[in-house]
Design a protein around this ligand. Structure first.
Ligand SMILES: Nc1ncnc2c1ncn2[C@@H]1O[C@H](COP(=O)(O)OP(=O)(O)OP(=O)(O)O)[C@@H](O)[C@H]1O
Length: 240
């Protein structure tokens, strides 16, 4: 049987002299979409950094696709799309794709497929700096798709996108998952949480819930996930 896409045990991370993540344990199965939710500053980016292998751990372990996070063998198997687009704004869309395809050593035909997937095939000649923020983010996503990663980590991928584009991107995410890719998607948008197979809800460096959207609704007797999350968070707020 294949190992989980992500397996985290006893994870503890210190930043700025204090514990930012404290005692995390969870697994994410391959070919699923997992949403990562929680208030600003609760540690989502730090968890993502731990998974992509750029964060020093104070304790615990993070195993990705059967290897320790950050192993050289994972470089082409894991892609991370940061919140700020990480592409060259003075180059055209096509030149960015060509550059990253060369770095990753993937065939040129994948450039067209990646641009098609993010709906930017007609903008290939445009200089990235002349595109909107949402379009730049999609160029970044296209570059991440080039290596056909087994794990795709996306930090707020739909910020600034209109509903049609958001729907199209979520259709793409589901197509990727159906083909076996695992996606970890951080989001603040509650209707996106419903589109995930599983949700990790974080609060103050801890894991408040790790469950399916339907179980979360049932557990909290809520009609929508926004209410479910508030019901999970509020007892703690009252106790604090
Ligand atoms: N470079 C750093 N040095 C010290 N502390 C840091 C550093 N980066 C983040 N932190 C702290 O770690 C905590 C978690 O930050 P993190 O960026 O992981 O949160 P987040 O959930 O991703 O927030 P947001 O949703 O606002 O992006 C915060 O309290 C933050 O102040």
């Amino acid at each position: 049987m294949l190992s989980p896409a992500i397996h985290v045990t006893g994870l503890r991370v210190q930043r700025g002299g204090r514990a930012v993540l404290d005692g995390f344990d969870f697994s994410i199965e391959r070919g699923t979409i997992c949403g990562l939710l929680g208030s600003s500053g609760c540690g989502k980016t730090t968890l993502i950094r731990s998974i992509v292998g750029v964060q020093r751990l104070a304790a615990g372990s993070v195993t990705v696709l059967g290897e320790p996070a950050g192993s050289p063998g994972l470089r082409s198997r894991v892609a991370y799309v940061t919140q700020a687009p990480s592409v060259y704004s003075d180059l055209s869309v096509a030149a960015n794709l060509r550059y990253f395809a060369a770095v990753l050593g993937v065939p040129a035909w994948r450039e067209d497929d990646a641009l098609e997937a993010v709906g930017l095939a007609d903008r290939r000649r445009d200089v990235v700096g002349t595109l909107s923020g949402g379009q730049r983010g999609r160029v970044s996503l296209a570059c991440a798709l080039l290596s056909e990663p087994e794990l795709l980590v996306l930090d707020e991928p739909t910020v600034g996108l209109d509903p049609v584009l958001r729907r199209d991107l979520w259709n793409l995410f589901h197509d990727l998952a159906a083909a076996g890719t695992t996606l970890l998607v951080s989001s603040h948008v509650m209707d996106e949480a419903e589109r995930c197979d599983r949700l990790l809800l974080m609060r103050d460096g801890g894991l408040l819930a790790d469950d399916t959207p339907s179980n979360l609704l049932a557990r909290t007797r809520a009609r929508d996930l926004e209410t479910a999350f508030l019901r999970m968070i509020e007892p703690l707020a009252v106790a604090a």
